[in-house]
Design a protein around this ligand. Structure first.
Ligand code: DAH
Length: 357
């Protein structure tokens, strides 16, 4: 009979030294398998005298139990180490940008919408939305453009086929229908902007069939054109990041505003570059006016109690001006090289609201 203490030390040392599950299993079989060293010694017990058995039996059983425990512990250690190694090896750092060719960027239109939204949010405007496929009522009639009104020809409208009731839906020709939806969905006061897609059947160097506008609407008591002018001035300064801006209100006509104006901003074309804010040249950038009392009546607001102003800006146009983008149509070509040049980093956050507003 071997010295059990020496045997236990030897077996424990081999278990401790085992580096993988296979060798650990080999060690277990060699000690505790059918023909293992410990198992063979167990068999010897039968041949022993009762006194010897009394001594060796419990000692051998103790050795077996401790060895099994040690093997189990070693197995756990190895599995934990293997898992650690795997987690290390398979670690994906999701904070790193992907390879350049799969890196997304923000389209200048999205960037400008974010910037405009941020500037108006700071002035207390909420963002309102309406559908691209719009009912004639919201796009025209409620905006004081009845069926035979010549202003309908100002918009080259995409019409849908007539439905059973004889109504034709349209792709909205401007964001102004969101004014109507806003005023019909809750009582005044209102202070909203509505950025979004608009559509007209028109395509040349300066027109695309789909383009973008942002509408603004303020309805409250005692609103006047001074509020309109102040709001526009604050917006233009913040958006173009200039401290001064000259503005020109030219009388104009829109059926939904009375009076109506088109706004030009002062600019300077020098050395092939355009400087916004001051100068001898003028750039038309938006249409605006005081909400026509007839529009207020159409949505059940008493014009003697409430007034308001509205304006509509072409987003694509102000994006081109701000970021020096010469060609409108390139906006919608989905050319990756163009996007790489004019796009914005995916995690860019517009910070215009802290400036000058
Ligand atoms: N909806 C007009 C257009 O697309 C732009 C516009 C002009 C919007 C005057 C307004 C406004 O809200 O008051 O041509």
């Amino acid at each position: 009979m071997e010295d059990l203490q020496v045997l236990e030390q030897e077996l424990t040392a081999t278990v401790n030294a085992a580096n993988d599950l296979n060798s650990l299993e080999d060690i277990r079989v060699a000690a505790l398998g059918k023909k293992g060293r410990v198992s063979l010694m167990m068999r010897e017990l039968g041949k022993m005298t009762p006194e010897q058995r009394q001594e060796f039996g419990p000692a051998l059983n103790g050795l077996k139990t401790r060895l099994l425990d040690r093997i189990a512990d070693r197995k756990n250690e190895m599995e934990a180490a293997a898992l650690d190694a795997r987690l290390q090896a398979e670690k994906i750092d999701i904070t790193l940008p992907g390879p350049a060719e799969v890196q997304g960027s923000i389209h200048p239109i999205s960037q400008v919408i974010d910037e405009v939204t941020e500037i108006f949010a700071e002035m207390g405007f909420a963002v309102a939305e309406g559908p691209d496929i719009e009912e004639d009522f919201y796009n025209f009639t409620a905006l004081n453009i009845p069926a035979e009104h010549p202003a309908r020809q100002m918009h080259d409208t995409f019409y849908f086929p007539e439905d059973e009731d004889g109504n034709r839906k349209v792709l909205r020709t401007h964001t102004s229908p969101v004014q109507i939806r806003t005023m019909m969905s809750s009582p005044p006061p209102h202070r909203i902007i509505a950025p979004g897609r608009t559509f007209r059947c028109d395509s040349d160097a300066t027109h695309t069939p789909m383009f973008h506008q942002v509408e603004a609407l303020v309805i409250d008591k005692d609103i006047h054109m001074g509020h309109l002018k102040g709001t526009l001035e604050a917006f233009i300064k913040a958006f173009f990041e200039v401290n001064n801006v000259t503005m020109r209100f030219r009388p104009s006509y829109f059926p939904f505003t009375e009076p109506s104006a088109e706004v030009d901003i002062g600019c300077d074309f020098k050395a092939g570059e355009i400087k916004i804010g001051e100068g001898d040249d003028w750039l038309e950038i938006l249409g605006c006016g005081m909400v026509n009392p007839r529009v207020l009546e159409n949505v059940g607001i008493d014009p003697n109690e409430y007034q308001g102003f509205a304006f509509g800006v072409g987003i694509d146009r102000i994006a081109m001006l701000k970021y020096g983008i010469p060609d409108l149509r390139a906006f919608f070509d989905a050319d990756l090289r163009w996007l790489k040049h004019y796009g914005f980093a995916a995690l860019d956050i517009p910070t215009l609201s802290t400036r000058g507003v």
